[in-house]
Design a protein around this ligand. Structure first.
Ligand SMILES: *[C@@H]1O[C@H](CO)[C@@H](O)[C@H](O)[C@H]1NC(C)=O
Length: 226
């Protein structure tokens, strides 16, 4: 009886030992895989200087060769500023500290995709004259990205609306107090831009108290070849 018990005990010890070794190897393998995985993603992010997975600006699919990837969002109420990303570069955002109440604008070279400048124009307590001046100085072939924050419209006048309509905007003539609006147009564009979203500030449909929901848009802008 004692001997049989001892053999059984020994068998139990051995099988526990084997199981333990097996588990250790399993764990090691998982750890090895895990480290390889993170090393791979690290080397990828070093190589292109961006996020390890996904498309430029986090788009759901890649843009065709010769087109610029963009993603943008309007401001959220009066709290969070708008965002504009182009070719994986954040052009304007709250984090970059270059957005403001009113209309936010980024000018991009339509041939190279390089940022020319950004600015914001307060359409609640500001003056429309600097916006008009800015719009008049935009050079032919420039891609113009615009996003609302809080109130983009109170100080707008017909001259400013006409200049923005000339960049391809359809919604600008109907843009009102605390509407949300995002738009990509171009100086010298001959049609209306397909890249535009507008939501009215209406008490019965507003997401936030006093403001409509945030608008988001992504797409691919054809590079200018001429
Ligand atoms: C922006 O565009 C203007 C007009 O084409 C040019 O003179 C200026 O050098 C550009 N600025 C930058 C930073 O690219």
């Amino acid at each position: 009886m004692v001997r049989i018990g001892g053999v059984l005990k020994m068998a139990a010890v051995i099988s526990t030992f084997i199981l333990a070794i097996y588990l250790v190897f399993q764990l090691l393998e998982i750890r090895v895989d895990f480290q390889l995985g993170s090393m791979l993603s690290r080397s990828v992010s070093i190589k292109d200087g961006s996020k390890p997975v996904g498309h430029k600006c986090g788009l759901s699919k890649a843009c065709p060769v010769g087109q610029f990837a963009f993603k943008m969002a309007s401001g959220a109420a009066s709290v969070v500023g708008p965002k504009m990303c182009l070719e994986d570069k954040m052009l304007m955002s709250a984090v970059k500290n270059n957005v403001g109440r009113g209309i936010n604008i980024a000018l991009v070279d339509g041939r190279t995709g390089e940022l020319n400048k950004t600015d914001s124009f307060d359409m609640w307590s500001g003056n429309v004259a600097p916006l008009i001046q800015f719009l008049k100085e935009i050079k032919e072939g420039t891609v113009v990205m615009m996003a609302s924050f809080d109130d983009p419209a109170t100080k707008l006048n017909n001259e400013a609306r006409k200049l923005i309509a000339d960049l391809g905007s359809s919604a600008i003539n109907n843009l009102g107090f605390r509407d949300n609006w995002i738009f990509v147009g171009g100086k010298g564009i001959k049609t209306k831009s397909p890249f535009e979203q507008h939501i009215k500030n209406k008490a019965d449909t507003n997401k936030f108290e006093g403001w409509p929901e945030v608008l988001e848009m992504e797409g691919c802008i054809p590079r200018r070849e001429d």
